[in-house]
Design a protein around this ligand. Structure first.
Ligand SMILES: Nc1ncnc2c1ncn2[C@@H]1O[C@H](COP(=O)(O)OP(=O)(O)OP(=O)(O)O)[C@@H](O)[C@H]1O
Ligand SMILES: [Mg+2]
Length: 248
């Protein structure tokens, strides 16, 4: 199977605390991976390492065979990795349209005309046409997270990393975000904004097991288990975690 992303012995130590420990993992082309685990397990830190926002203290990260390990975040973005942070990123005082346009302009250098058409395509993709003139602060939380995903797609990434994109989002909008993410990874028709891979973090087990092809359960900076949703669901540590935390 062709690998999109590979990590070998990935680690991050801060103040003598090992936040991420010796993580060997990979993502195949076309694959969706869900990462779950307790609060403080290191899920966000893991994604930030993959986004180039943090520099590992050990190990390696390769994207399509290219070593990314010590490159700055903008090189990760240039190489096709985009990241949705756990906290909403749109500028609250700018309109939805200005936020999308800004992301498109940051993502690439285009003539005014192609910026316009790219903004239109993105707005259409995330279904936010009716809210274009509102300032981002007027959006519901779910709309804000949808806008986050749209803005992350502006650089036309091959790999999207999304940290809890549906946490705190009401049911219907959460389902829309999941459908959007799933559709992006399934578009083999050369449609723009199609992805070669997605890694997302979620606590909600329904979302994780429904959206992911493979699931990793992270605890204390290590993947305790990685595998198909069926395998992970049956793992003793996962069963215990879900029972103790009443996560559903
Ligand atoms: N810059 C930092 N300096 C020191 N410790 C940090 C730093 N960033 C994260 N940590 C610690 O690393 C651990 C993992 O944090 P992280 O935010 O990655 O967890 P998480 O799994 O995403 O948790 P949550 O489910 O609450 O979002 C925590 O103990 C956190 O306090
Ligand atoms: Mg987190």
């Amino acid at each position: 199977m062709k690998e999109l992303l590979v990590t070998r012995g990935l680690g991050l130590e801060i103040d003598r605390k090992n936040i991420i420990r010796d993580v060997d993992t990979s993502l195949a082309v076309g694959e969706i991976k869900g990462v779950m685990g307790p609060n403080g397990a290191g899920k966000s830190t893991f994604l930030r390492l993959l986004a180039g926002e943090l520099c590992p203290t050990s190990g390696e990260i390769a994207l399509r065979g290219e070593d990314m390990t010590s490159k700055p975040a903008r090189e990760f973005n240039k190489s096709g990795i985009s990241y949705v942070s756990q906290r909403p990123g749109p500028f609250p005082d700018l309109t939805v349209e200005e936020n999308v346009r800004g992301a498109v302009q940051r993502g690439s250098l285009f003539s005014r005309r192609s910026v316009r058409s790219k903004v239109d395509t993105l707005v259409d993709l995330i279904g936010i046409q009716a809210k274009l003139g509102l300032s981002a602060r007027e959006l519901s939380y779910g709309e804000m997270r949808t806008l986050d995903v749209g803005m992350a797609l502006a650089s036309e990434p091959v790999l999207l990393l999304a940290d809890e994109p549906t946490a705190g989002v009401s049911g219907d909008v959460a389902d829309e975000i999941i459908t959007l993410l799933k559709g992006l990874c399934r578009s083999n028709d050369g449609r723009r904004f199609g992805l070669d891979g997605l890694i997302f973090v979620e606590h909600d087990k329904g979302t994780v097991f429904h959206l992911a092809d493979r699931v990793g359960f992270l605890r204390e900076g290590r993947f305790v288990v990685e595998g198909s949703p069926e395998e992970v669901r049956e793992n003793r540590a996962v069963v215990q975690y879900l029972a103790e935390h009443g996560v559903d």
